[in-house]
Ligand binder design. Structure first.
Ligand code: T6T
Length: 338
């Protein structure tokens, strides 16, 4: 079952999630170079830009699709850019280039909570309204709106799901891109908190940084298995780590034997769920994040009330509910046509 966004509805989401299929509240955002425009009286002559964390990532692609559609509906021209990798220098450079184009509004998912603060402040000083999407900055005063998933809650749900899959006992590992990204860190915090509080016999034996790459995660799996031959489960904190773990387990001949719960639901992750390499996905609503961010920027630009903080939905996806129509919006896109 799925619960709609906004923090004041999260209690409903939690109650619903108590059943087998897992259901959470989350966020997302997406990117990569593209543009769309349409005429519209209220927003005539106004332009929006999206700066993604990683342009080729299905999560950000899907966010871009939602933002593009909403911008078109409201009559804004829309561009998308960002870093090809999860890179601070690349994203700083993107923000500086965007500032030079003088957009009226910008959606941005900062890849670092501190290093992007100064360039985004400069962007704001140049007159742009800014929506911080998916990730966050340490300085919460930057941006007119902040839209994301409840990543901590998603991590808790991942722990609950993995505990169930492993019979509530045994050694598990966490694979994460790094220990600086606020979203993945919040997921890991939630994961640890839930196991400590409710599943003490499920032990985290390693939290491994593997880089934001499927290859890094695949290689880490063999090292992890060598160090922990009795491993029963893996939690991967985002798409790329989730994509790599299935390859790593397949290479080790352990596919299907070790339970896997992955954050996000990119096309490759969904395929891995279908073929049994992964057991559950905790998915966000990046399309909705993109839509809502554009709505909030439009409100800021037209003198309407802006909501400072919004949380979007999460969904727990298994082979049992994958084809449920209510899950469709939680499956990420490889491109806006799919
Ligand atoms: O999980 C998403 C996003 O929420 C996170 O901030 C970074 O990784 C993803 O883009 C998935 O790869």
């Amino acid at each position: 079952m799925i619960v709609r966004d906004l923090a004041n509805r999260r209690a409903v989401a939690l109650a619903a999630a108590a059943t087998a299929a897992v259901l959470l509240a989350a966020t997302g955002c997406s990117s990569s170079g593209s543009s769309a425009s349409a005429g519209g009286s209220a927003a005539s002559g106004k332009n929006l830009t999206f700066v993604a964390g990683k342009t080729g990532d299905p999560f950000y692609i899907t966010m871009k699709c939602g933002a593009t559609a909403e911008a078109k509906k409201l009559g804004y021209s829309f561009n998308a850019t960002g870093s090809a990798d999860w890179s601070v220098p690349e994203q700083v450079s993107s923000v500086n280039s965007v500032t030079a184009t003088r957009p009226k509004g910008v959606l941005i998912s900062p890849v670092d909570p501190n290093s992007l603060a100064a360039p985004i402040k400069t962007l704001q000083s140049a007159g742009a309204k800014v929506a911080i999407v998916d990730t966050s900055l340490t300085d919460g005063s930057i941006g007119v709106t902040h839209i994301s998933s409840n990543n901590q809650q998603g991590g808790q749900k991942a722990a609950e799901t993995l505990a169930k899959l492993t019979g509530d006992q045994g050694e598990v590992v966490v694979l994460t891109p790094d220990l600086t990204t606020v979203t993945t860190n919040a997921r890991i915090d939630g994961f640890k908190q839930e196991l400590t509080a409710k599943h003490p016999n499920v032990k985290i034996v390693d939290i491994r940084q593997v880089g934001d790459s499927a290859q890094g995660a695949a290689s880490a799996v063999s090292a992890v298995l060598a160090a922990h031959p009795g491993l029963v489960g893996v939690f991967t904190a985002n798409s790329q780590t989730g994509e790599g773990v299935s390859t790593g387990l397949k290479n080790a001949g352990k596919q299907g034997q070790i339970k896997v719960v992955s954050f996000d639901a990119g096309p490759q992750q969904v395929q891995a769920l279908k073929n049994g390499a992964v057991d559950a996905l905790i998915s966000q609503d990046p399309y909705g994040i993109g839509q809502q961010a554009v709505d909030q920027l439009d409100a800021a630009l037209t003198g309407k009330q802006v909501t400072a903080t919004l949380q979007t939905d999460l969904a727990g996806i298994t082979r049992d509910n994958l084809d449920d129509p209510s899950i469709a919006r939680f499956l990420y896109k490889a491109d806006c046509g799919s």
